[in-house]
Design a protein around this ligand. Structure first.
Ligand code: ATP
Length: 354
């Protein structure tokens, strides 16, 4: 369990983390989301005692990290895959850490197998690709078989097979009862990996809730309908106060009545339905709408109006029309185990020993 209370970090005039209070619980994958520069890495560094809070505190298993007796056995972290001695082989990198933390050397072989880099274990890490470095960083995090795992952008540099592998790894680690805290900008991946979300913007809490609640409470549900008698169905839906808008491929998007009510309406009037599909917005759509005002670094597109939240643009949540108001639990962003459980395919050895 990770518990932050009023966690705050100021660098000079820059308030990087602003009074964050949250808990990261065991048995779930908790996604940590926020635009570039919103304070995710700073928060993770404070959890690991690599940065001191300006105010507030953060505890791992009830203690500040620096009071944890065997850190690698309690918390494993991948913060920066490049943070390793480039002149050491992958094996020696892990062995040094194992020996200095009282971890048996056989665990080195185990984690090399888990992350699939055994074939390159005797190569110096400076020759590693980004993806191989990420895998070795994950092996380092797993070395002490810790109950808490923190990954900062773990899929960075991984190929599609590697992304799928890390998704399954994180789920397996959480299913074993571990606390898994992971930051990522890859929303489609987060949507299928995380059970719970902590979303921050400009250092402040925007949302702390389950993935399901985050999407359902922050987007309006609608139903995709296909029918050869759309005109008749549209009149019925509109008579009940619903709205019907065109969608792709001749389908319509019905907002208002629930799918079951639409189906009943169609059946009662002898209208054939070829599709009746309830939809929610994707995590990416909800995330973009909720963090719109909290984005600090934004690329401009020539000839297009400024994004909501950009100077000169209309202020607000930046959500598309029809999206719900922020629910309770969301804060308005400021204006302006056993290795065999998750084996990884081995990366073949290539390149030359350096
Ligand atoms: N050592 C430092 N000195 C000064 N400012 C810093 C330092 N570390 C981070 N910052 C600033 O604090 C803010 C938060 O940075 P942080 O790296 O935590 O954000 P992030 O959410 O991890 O971003 P990204 O998604 O781009 O990795 C940024 O404005 C950053 O420039």
């Amino acid at each position: 369990m990770i518990e932050a209370q009023g966690l705050t970090k100021r660098y000079g005039t820059k308030l990087a983390v602003d009074q964050l209070s949250f808990q990261v619980r065991p048995g779930t994958v908790t996604g940590f989301l926020g635009p570039n520069g919103s304070g995710k890495s700073t928060t993770m560094r404070m959890i690991l005692g690599l940065d001191s809070p300006t105010a507030g505190n953060v505890l791992v298993n009830g203690r500040p990290y620096r009071h944890v007796a065997a850190p690698l056995r309690e918390v494993g972290a991948l913060l920066d895959a490049k943070a390793m001695h480039g002149g050491r082989t992958a094996y020696n990198h892990l062995l040094c850490l194992a020996q200095s933390n009282g971890i048996p050397s056989r665990r080195v072989d185990e984690v090399l197998d888990i992350v699939g880099v055994r074939a390159v274990a005797k190569k110096r890490t400076r020759g590693f690709s980004l993806g191989m470095g990420q895998r070795l960083g994950i092996a380092t995090a797993l070395l002490g078989d810790p109950g808490i795992l923190m990954f900062d952008e773990p899929v960075n540099g991984l190929d599609p097979e590697g992304i799928l592998w890390i998704r399954n790894l994180m789920k397996a680690l959480a299913a074993e009862g571990r606390t898994v805290f992971v930051s990522s900008h890859l929303m489609s991946e987060m949507q299928v990996t995380a059970d719970h979300l902590i979303v921050i913007g400009q250092g402040r809490m925007i949302a702390d809730m389950s993935m399901r609640d985050f999407i359902e409470r922050n987007s309006q549900a609608y139903t995709i309908v296909r029918s050869p008698q759309l005109d008749k169905l549209t009149a019925l839906v509109e008579a009940k106060g619903g709205t019907v808008a065109p969608d792709e491929g001749g389908a319509v998007r019905v907002t208002g009545p629930e799918p079951a009510a639409i189906g009943d309406m169609a059946a009662a009037h002898g209208i054939a339905l070829h599709e009746l599909a309830p939809k929610f917005a994707s995590l990416e759509e909800v995330y973009m709408a909720l963090t719109g005002n909290a984005v600090e670094y934004r690329a401009g597109v020539p000839g297009q109006p400024p994004h909501p939240g950009a100077p000169g643009a209309p202020q607000g949540w930046g959500a598309p029309a029809g999206w719900g108001a922020p629910p309770p639990g969301t804060a308005m962003p400021p204006a302006g185990a056993p290795p065999a459980a998750y084996p990884a395919p081995q990366i073949p050895a290539h390149g030359s020993e350096r």
